[in-house]
Design a protein. Structure first.
Ligand code: G6P
Length: 366
């Protein structure tokens, strides 16, 4: 089937807008009407594994980093994450009762595939989370979980990322149930949180014009810093990656608490700092990091919810309001402003949004 832009200016815009629908689709494939998690056969049994090694590249790697926070906090399982190009040559020992988990939109990334082949015969189980189900990575896995994002054309991954997060979150819930780490009520809460994601994302998409205004301010910057804490740190990394991929502005992300160990030296009135901070249990800590930035004349764009903005927006350079969301699920929702900021910055700079220079959609050579 021919894929067109469906009235959008770019595939990236179309794919950003599709997220409520494709996440809804992924949820309908993995959840029964009464909120039980169904995984394709052979079903995963998390009582048989003690640890998970996750490997990926690019945006898929940041999905893995986010899932590490979830697996550890919610399912109480230890997780290691690495980029495939490092993992494959490091000769990491794989201990017993380990699941190796590979995340890839295309299922053809050469380094990720090589890492999978390294684990074959060593790990107890090879699992993958893929978009292209006929891919090499899917075929060579014991179990491949499709993300149901539909074809993604834009080189900068958007809907595949949030669908990867959605499917990874479902795996985390399955692990938590199998291992008795959460109660029935907690499971029901998480599932209803997931089910509200499509509508929350629609609300986030309504901030498009506000994000475009912030993006125009960012477009004259040479460097941009992204900050986040907890599971919002991998999302800050993803926000920085999106911005550099399509706008060519140098962007870096730091865990907020690490700011004082180096990057604060860079802060002056020329460095915009994007702070991704829902009003969660770590909010006050992030706010104090943000105030350190503002005390050095750094220009902060704060992305938070109403309660967070009421508490901390004073003196910031820009504010973006997200709807309130369950703490654990914030990385999925806050992906939307990260994507739209990068998108509009690229438009403001006149770069080729769907085909950025020097990048390929799928890197099948080393
Ligand atoms: C390339 C793409 C990225 C993608 C990465 C991993 O760098 O430009 O958008 O995240 O490859 O691709 P995969 O298909 O393995 O997810």
């Amino acid at each position: 089937t021919r894929i067109d832009k469906a009235g959008h200016k770019h595939f990236m815009a179309k794919e950003i807008a599709e997220q409520p629908a494709v996440i809804g689709e992924a949820l309908s494939r993995y959840l029964t009407a009464d909120g039980e998690i169904m995984l394709p056969d052979p079903g995963l049994d998390f009582t048989k594994i003690d640890r998970i090694t996750m490997v990926a590249c690019g945006t898929a790697f940041y999905a893995c980093l986010t899932a590490k926070y979830w697996f550890e906090q919610i399912a109480r399982m230890p997780v290691e994450v690495d980029v495939a190009s490092e993992f494959r040559y490091r000769e990491p020992p794989i201990s017993d009762r380990t699941m190796a988990l590979f995340v890839s939109q295309s299922g053809e990334t050469a380094d990720t595939l090589a890492a999978l082949r390294y684990c074959a015969g060593k790990a107890d189980l090879i699992t993958s989370v893929v978009n292209v189900t006929e891919s090499s990575i899917a075929r060579e896995s014991n179990l491949a979980l499709p993300i149901h994002a539909g074809v993604e054309v834009g080189v900068a991954s958007t809907k595949a990322f949030t669908c990867q997060l959605t499917v990874l979150f479902l795996m985390v819930l399955k692990a938590a149930v199998d291992r008795g780490a959460i109660t029935k009520e907690e499971l029901a809460d998480y599932v209803s949180g997931l089910r509200s994601m499509p509508s929350l994302i629609n609300t986030a998409l309504e901030q498009n014009a506000a994000l475009r205004d912030e993006a125009y301010k960012l477009s004259s910057a040479r460097d941009v810093l992204f900050l986040g804490r907890g599971a919002m740190f991998p999302l800050a990394l993803e926000g920085a990656l999106k911005l550099k991929e399509i706008s060519y502005i140098h962007a870096e992300a730091y865990a907020s608490g690490e700011l004082k160990h180096g990057p604060i030296a860079l802060i002056d009135e020329n460095v915009p700092v994007v702070v991704m901070a829902p009003n969660d249990t770590l909010f006050d800590k992030t706010v104090s990091n943000m105030q350190e930035v503002m005390a050095r004349k750094g220009k902060v764009i704060l992305i938070s919810d109403r309660a967070g903005l009421d508490e901390a927006a004073e003196g910031t350079w820009g504010q973006i309001e997200m709807p309130p969301v369950a703490d654990a699920l914030a990385p999925i929702l806050y992906a939307i402003p990260a994507q739209l900021l990068a998108y509009h910055t690229a438009i403001a700079k006149g770069t080729d949004v769907d085909q950025p220079r020097n990048l390929a959609k799928s890197v099948t050579v080393e």
